[in-house]
Design a protein around this ligand. Sequence first.
Ligand code: SF4
Length: 211
Amino acid sequence: MKSFTLPIITSRGCYWKRCTFCTYREFYKGAFDQRAATLVVGDMARLHREYGCSHFRFMDDACSPAFLRSLAGQIIRSGLKVTWSCFARFEKAFSMDLLRLLAEGGCKRLMFGLESYNQRILDLMNKGFKVEEIGGIVEGCHEVGIEKRLMCMVGFPTETREEALETMRFLIDYRGKYTSFVVQPFHLEGGTEIDYHPGDSGSPGSIEGIA
Ligand code: SF4
């Protein structure tokens, strides 16, 4: 079997659509459409059969836990031997039960928009999750063999040095439990929530690393 990756998109827009730094609102005007998992798995089966592709990268802004549960279930039932990766949000719904199902259904890597490990900053970003929920999901993925890329941000308006360091400490404390990370400086994008309420965003350059 040839080893290559094909991109697939299963939705338009983002099901969460609330992060204050995101251009979602400007790009999609609040719309969100999700294809049914059965159709997506049908496409994967055809691409696997016709081109020999066995790894897929979902290009969606973020795949919801509910969609991924349905997708993994369909893949398992179909007997399709493929693997895949996608962007996701930290959500309580990523239970051990779901993570095991995803691993069995071919999930190789989840790329999470962590952004910050400080609750005040997460709330300002309107990320919609609690710092206490992050560690368990990272460890759960590690346990079932799903790789993780953590995408972080520093320099969000009003973020203090100490708050930014909490994110760095998390990356250090969980070293070995995730595969790679990226820390990017905050950029103010036009048309975002924060565009209308800009703060002081003096930030350093990007840092990339392998855990
Ligand atoms: S940052 Fe990601 S999760 Fe948040 S609204 Fe944008 S696409 Fe959705």
